[in-house]
Design a protein. Structure first.
Length: 166
């Protein structure tokens, strides 16, 4: 009975396979949105101000960071929880594949979220005259909460990997 239960539980990891495949669809949606943004602002490129251009570029960078985060979670999560990728010897393989455990994956996600939040906050500051000061305060508080959380996660990860010798 115990062995059957353990085999079933171990096999159930494949339920995550379609979830990681779904992340590929999210990546496709981000790609479509990225090029939609470019197509929307190209006709206005010569007439838009420098700050408007920077805001548009920040939006594109933001989408790129979310896409990169999606790739990291998709591949690292699949390799950590489902199965190692068998992509063949002649196929180009990303150097970082197989190097991220669950702890480093959490840190990558946290640092990516902080980077995305930073870009969002920068966009708000670039357009500060159109944003209520109370909202700006909450954006900053939220961003700082994310920064502190990521920092604490990194410290906890370092402590757990390198316990002090007594």
């Amino acid at each position: 009975m115990e062995q059957t239960l353990e085999k079933f539980m171990y096999a159930s990891r494949w339920l995550l396979g379609p979830v990681y495949l779904g992340l590929s669809l999210i990546l496709l949606m981000l790609t479509i949105k990225f090029f939609q943004e470019i197509i929307h602002f190209i006709p206005y490129l010569l007439t838009m101000s420098e700050s408007e251009l920077i805001l548009k570029i920040l939006t594109l960078v933001d989408l790129t960071l979310v896409g990169s985060l999606t790739v990291i979670v998709m591949f690292s999560g699949y390799e950590n929880f489902v199965s190692q990728l068998d992509i063949g010897k002649k196929t180009e393989k990303l150097d970082w594949l197989g190097t991220h455990d669950y702890g480093s994956l959490k840190l990558k996600v946290a640092s990516s979220i902080v980077a995305i939040s930073s870009i969002h906050l920068l966009k708000i500051f670039m357009n500060v005259q159109d944003t209520d000061s109370d909202k700006i305060k909450w954006y900053v508080i939220t961003h700082m909460t994310l920064v502190v959380s990521a920092l604490l996660m990194a410290v906890m990860d370092k402590i757990s990997r390198h316990p002090s010798q007594k």
